[in-house]
Write a protein that binds this ligand. Structure first.
Ligand SMILES: *Cc1c(COP(=O)(O)O)cnc(C)c1O
Length: 361
């Protein structure tokens, strides 16, 4: 029996997508082979690659002056690729970072190896329970980019209004919220996201790069990290993560059928609202994030003690609500409720929370 999997990533995929992938596993569209076994230079794979790009462009409304690539290495590789790709005036990038959680801090730390990096604002003072506000004058006029993490997977906060950078390219790690809500891509210079939260299996990473930012790489940037390499070769410079990209395509098709990102956003808002309302009205559970900045995707919460938290995690698991243990930096619980988590899954969680509250009052 399938369980409600609240893992932060890799995470649930829509059942319909898994069933379709299963039905095509041995013989993809009459090719006589699985996509896993297929040459990335073959006709069927070329069609997968092209359609994945086109559908993602359609779903996110990506303007023509941006290219989309599917690469390997996860979001973490992009932490380093970024300062190596965006060095406008020299071989030493200048990056301004807003640190709103663990991943944005990691991005900053990795970038420090490759240039002159500054933390412009941070919410560390209150254990990342809010998103720091910034004004345009806080950024260096000659910065190559400003980096944000749109949704903080571990702490459970998200941006509401993106920073005004006064024209400096804004780069966003969207790993844990891509395709979950509408975003205006034209406000960003670069967007990147690992697939395993909201898109598909681990192994493929989406990078969306504005055209005027494609020729600014440090000469020492490794060929494989250079966005332009894969942009020129339409993500086929070397062997791509074919199977992951194919499953991502099936997810894109599914999202389109469901009404696109706008429809998903509505469902995601409803799911998150239900869970936060319940937590706020309960006597046992609390969520530490400033209300305005609460994530739609990752909902951390605690009971009154670490011992009771551990009991919750154990009993939830026995009730088929799995991978709900909080990240080790935060403790407690974290319910990741990405696109593929059905409303019924959130309802089942709330029912369990009620029962647990009654039993442990
Ligand atoms: C999961 C995650 C990462 C790390 O992704 P990998 O693909 O494992 O490198 C980076 N940023 C955010 C926001 C994430 O949620």
């Amino acid at each position: 029996m399938r369980k409600y999997n609240f893992s932060a990533g890799p995470s649930m995929l829509p059942l319909e997508v898994l069933e379709r992938v299963q039905s095509q596993l041995l013989d993809y569209e009459g090719s006589g082979m699985s996509v896993m076994e297929m040459s990335h230079r073959s006709k069927p794979y070329d069609a997968i690659n092209n359609e994945a790009e086109a559908l993602l462009r359609e779903l996110m409304n990506v303007p023509d002056n941006y290219d989309i690539i599917f690469v390997q290495g996860g979001a973490s590789t992009q932490f380093e690729a970024l300062p190596l790709n965006l060095a406008h005036n020299s071989n030493c990038a200048k990056g301004d970072y807003i640190v709103s959680g663990n991943f944005s801090n990691k991005a900053f730390k990795e970038a420090q190896k490759y240039g002159d990096m500054v933390v412009v604002a941070s919410s560390k003072d209150k254990n990342f329970s809010y998103i720091p506000t910034t004004t345009p004058d806080m950024f260096r006029k000659d910065a190559d980019y400003v980096h944000i993490c749109y949704n903080n997977t571990i702490f459970g906060s998200r941006y509401i209004d993106i920073p005004d950078t006064n024209g400096i390219p804004l780069v966003a790690d969207m790993s844990s919220m891509i395709l979950s809500q509408e975003v205006d891509v034209s406000k960003f210079g670069v967007i990147y996201a690992g697939a395993q939260k909201n898109v598909g299996p681990a192994g493929v990473t989406i990078v969306i790069v504005r055209k005027d930012l494609q020729d600014l790489a440090n000469p020492l940037c490794p060929t494989m990290l250079k966005w332009k390499t894969q942009i020129t070769e339409k993500s086929l410079y070397n062997t791509p993560p074919c199977f992951s990209t194919y499953v991502a395509l099936e997810v894109f098709r599914y999202l389109k059928k469901m009404g696109g990102v706008k429809a998903m956003q509505k469902i995601n808002e409803e799911k998150a609202q239900m869970l936060y309302d319940y937590i706020d009205n309960s006597k046992l559970y609390t969520n530490p994030i400033e209300k305005k900045y609460r994530s739609l995707m990752n909902v951390p919460f605690v009971t009154t003690s670490p011992e009771l938290d551990a009991k919750f995690v154990k009993e939830a698991g026995e009730a088929g609500l799995v991978s709900i243990k909080g990240h080790r930096l935060v403790g407690g619980m974290r319910a990741s409720i990405y696109n593929a988590m059905p409303v019924e899954g959130v309802k089942a969680l709330i029912d369990f929370m009620k029962k647990f509250e009654q039993e442990n009052a």
